[in-house]
Design a binder for this molecule. Sequence first.
Ligand code: GUN
Length: 303
Amino acid sequence: MSTPLSTTSYTLIDGKKASEAIKEKVAADVVAFKAQGGKTPHLAAIIVGSDGASETYVGNKVRTCEAIGFKSTLVRFPSEISEAELLQKVEDINNDPDIDGLIVQLPLPAHISVEKVTSKIKPEKDVDGFHPVNIGRMNKGLPAFISATPYGILLLLDFYNIPTKGKHCVVVGRSHIVGSPISILMAQDTKVGNCTVTICHRHTADLPAITKQADILIVATGRPGMITGDMVKDGVVVIDVGITRVADATKKSGFAIKGDVDFDSVAPKSSYITPVPGGVGLMTIASLMKNTLSSAKKEIFSS
Ligand code: GUN
């Protein structure tokens, strides 16, 4: 039986602090790598159309590259671009020896197949970790590019030295981008792993009966506030992946960012909890930068 963690007060998991520390380490590693004759890591990003959130995410990725000593290339296409043209651009970047990592920002317009595009990216440059080869390698426990959000969750748990071995990790949500990979990773025989994992989804019967068993609860559903205090046990570690824009007239932007966890009722019962915003979301760029550096160093596909 696992023992519950402290129940008296909770620690707020600070994604800003963790991500800044990781980015500083990556920046120092770039300097050391180059001093040994290594190349400048180079990330290329493709954005199609002008979705507001995508613009913000890609802008942040490009700025972070500059801040930590990477090169970046931003390729913009109008939303009318054909699938064939986009695939050709991916192929060109696949063949560009200076570019180490390529991301195609999602969502894409409806006439373009996400599956075709992500599968076209050379696995060796797939720093988003969406290519079936990287997903398969991750499943087998081989070196792989792990996508930004699950990798960010592992890095956060590690940064706070949160024990995972033998714990019951309940994952709510089974998406290909978060729920599915994090449930596999948390069960693997790794430092941040060795959990007993339960995956819940919209057809799960009696969700609260299961979430109440969680030592570690990871929620990635995109349903704001769906996990409430009565659904968790004392001492739970809560990782909230939700980042939904909810209309809020009191904000200058007109919206607020809401997590999947009702923070006010869940936090008092938790031992550790991520805020939204300021938690997992900030880790995703740090993860991407770590992957891009690994790609420049050829660390993943050498084995
Ligand atoms: N859109 C939302 N999250 C992501 C991500 O991690 N990568 C890409 N390429 N697009 C996204």
